[in-house]
Design a protein around this ligand. Structure first.
Ligand code: TXA
Ligand code: MG
Length: 327
């Protein structure tokens, strides 16, 4: 059910859960300070109880009222990169009002979304909003209001439609708990170069910025769970002999991959876009993965390819690899 801004604010204040647009993906929002509202998020998403929730804020000052001991560089980073598709893991005081949202962690992941409707909801509610991606746990994140409706429509108070998300992939998560080092815990649109440039310009060139191998990383509880998958099994292939030719098959691949050889008639390419236009690939990625569920096939395939070293390239490869399994 579609709802407007006023209805979304009223439902949130009544401790209900509501899907809201952000510039990355749609979020399933609830009051971060209410144990009852947070319990509804876990129930609606069937989310494992040990997986903490990202909290969304209206501005930097609102974040500062909830965290402690933030490193000096953080305020600069936040001023340069937020609002935007980036989240910061920060230390949480033992008495924080956000405790219901963090699943027992002593840290909280914070974000200021760059989406006017979403910011207005947070401002009017007056309390930070916990909002994981608005999908059943393990499934693709929704990037349109229709995708939310199809997955969670009957289980939530409503969807605030802000149109298709402009980025289409979840935020970059930065670990900002150490004074001299930033780890990129989840790749996204904001990358290492951008972070380094922001730090260097403001006299923090000594801060080390690194990508962590998120698959093996235990800092992010959500990393141990499967993600971004269609309902059907999605097999990762990189050689023609791995794809059956007697039946019709649907294969996710880039434009360049499609043009690089003559595919048998039985192969239906699901085009992800050009490797030279990664923002567009990111924007439509989850819709393309979800589209496999609307085909006649029992399983789908992803032609594993090199998306390059840029932050978006890494983010796209990360999501596709986690959505798929080796054949
Ligand atoms: O773009 C985004 O970040 C979207 C939009 C809605 O803001 N949200 C999102 O939330 O992607 P979610 O829950 O789908 O992914 C958040 C990830 C999870 O893997 C979770 O384990 C991790 O962040 N996380 C949350 N709080 C954490 C914490 N305190 N420490 C470490 N990891 C945390
Ligand atoms: Mg998610």
């Amino acid at each position: 059910m579609q709802i407007d801004l006023e209805q979304a604010v009223a439902a949130l204040l009544a401790e209900q859960v509501v899907a809201v647009p952000t510039e990355t993906v749609y979020g399933l929002a609830a009051l971060a300070t209410s144990a009852r509202a947070i319990a509804r998020i876990y129930e609606v998403k069937a989310r494992p109880q040990d997986n903490p929730l990202i909290c969304h804020f209206w501005n930097r000052e609102q974040i500062l009222t909830c965290v402690q001991d933030v490193p000096e560089y953080w305020q600069i980073l936040c001023d340069v990169l937020s609002p935007g598709p980036v989240s910061y893991r920060l230390p949480l005081p033992t008495q924080s009002p956000l405790l219901p949202a963090v699943a027992g962690q002593s840290t909280v992941v914070c974000r200021i979304p760059d989406q006017p409707l979403c910011l207005e909801v947070i401002r009017q509610v007056g309390v930070p909003l916990a909002a994981p991606s608005a999908n059943t746990s393990g499934k693709v994140s929704p990037t349109t209001a229709d995708m939310v409706e199809r997955d969670l429509g009957s289980r939530i108070a409503g969807v605030l439609d802000g149109g298709p998300c402009s980025y289409g992939l979840e935020s970059t998560i930065l670990d900002c708990c150490e004074p001299h080092r930033i780890s990129i815990l989840r790749p996204g649109a904001i990358g290492l170069e951008e972070i380094k440039t922001a730090l260097q310009r403001h006299g923090f060139s000594q801060i080390v910025v690194v990508y962590t191998d998120s698959a093996q990383d235990s800092v992010v509880p959500g990393n141990k769970y499967r993600h971004y998958a269609p309902n059907k099994p999605l097999f990762r292939v990189h050689h023609a002999t791995q794809i059956p030719t007697r039946e019709p098959v649907w294969v996710l691949m880039s434009q360049e991959q499609h043009e690089s050889c003559l595919w048998p008639e039985s192969v239906h390419p699901v085009l992800l876009g050009s490797r030279h236009n990664l923002p567009k690939v990111a924007q439509h990625l989850y819709q393309q993965i979800e589209s496999l569920d609307h085909t006649a096939a029992q399983v789908g395939y992803y032609w594993q390819e090199d998306w390059g070293d840029s932050s978006l390239g890494r983010a796209i490869a990360n999501r596709l690899n986690r959505a798929s399994q080796p054949i």
